[in-house]
Unconditional design. Sequence first.
Length: 173
Amino acid sequence: MSDILEPTRPAAIPGDQARASVSLKVPPALAFEIFTAEIDQWWRRGLRYRIARDGRGILHLEPGVGGRLFESFELHGRTKVIETGRITAWEPPARLCFEWRAVNFKPDEKTEVEVEFTATATGTMVTVTHRGWAAIRPDHPARHHLEAAPFLAMMGRWWGDLLSSLRLYARPS
């Protein structure tokens, strides 16, 4: 059974999305479980990938539609929680979508990340598509002063780095 909370997607706008894929040698159900339930274990650490500057933040992904993607960390003796997104589609073991908000986004700014888990002869192909960048103004700090094509190439490499970590973590014993 799947939970879906999303409108029909319009065709992608050119210059609007970045995509990266990785092949895992585990079945789709396990790939989905690792991606979601074990996200803190495989997601890279460091300021490029996490909000917590000291690398001690914990990444959480709450299962199901409406669940949050957030990082929690200690700051001045208090637990700080920064929400990055909300789950909009939860279809184990095939698909997951969530809103994505950079820490410098305004409240009305967001993008969408879709993660697909496709069975292959040797395991699972995991494909991440990060779309919605056309709605984020060209001079936004999240774009690092890059035009659309180089920015999206950078985002594709960023997701590629993360998926490489996922592949290493998900290696069968």
